[in-house]
Design a protein around this ligand. Structure first.
Ligand SMILES: [Cu+2]
Length: 145
């Protein structure tokens, strides 16, 4: 009976809720690209898909995967990143990352990088991530200061 009720009311299913955190690597002046490592958690009841990322500080932002082929590290653009219900995707150096290109100013440690993510179902998610050297001090849901 519960199943029948759930099947009978698809219209009231809530859109997935995606939580985004992460960090960005600092850059120095001539550098025009930067890597951002995001952690995405789909807390919603259905799968979703990350379609696009933008930030006012760079000309473009896109998801890259990193693979090793014959001892050579290659980065490849990921057109859209699926995220299943309850799934957590944690980007790390040497793996998935967000590549910023056409940086308008260096990313300075201690500052925050504003990002807008567009998901197929969750829509726009706006956030900002700290600019820091490593993931070590990444916030895990509570603020350290
Ligand atoms: Cu890249």
């Amino acid at each position: 009976m519960l199943a029948a009720v759930l099947i009978g009311t698809p219209a009231v299913a809530k859109a997935p809720t995606i939580r985004v955190s992460g960090w960005a690597r600092p850059t120095v002046a001539p550098q025009k690209s930067a890597a951002v490592y995001l952690s995405l958690h789909n807390g919603g009841p259905g799968s979703d898909r990350l379609l696009a990322i933008s930030t006012p500080v760079a000309g473009s932002a896109s998801v890259h995967s990193t693979t090793m082929a014959g001892g050579v590290m290659r980065m490849r653009g990921v057109a859209s990143l699926p995220i299943a219900a309850s799934q957590r995707i944690t980007m790390k150096p040497g793996g998935l990352h967000v590549m910023l290109t056409g940086l308008r100013a260096p990313l300075r440690a201690g500052q925050k990088l504003p990002l807008t993510l567009r998901f197929e179902r969750a829509g726009l998610v706006r956030t900002s991530v700290p600019i820091q050297m490593t993931a070590a001090s990444e916030d895990h849901g509570h603020h350290g200061h």
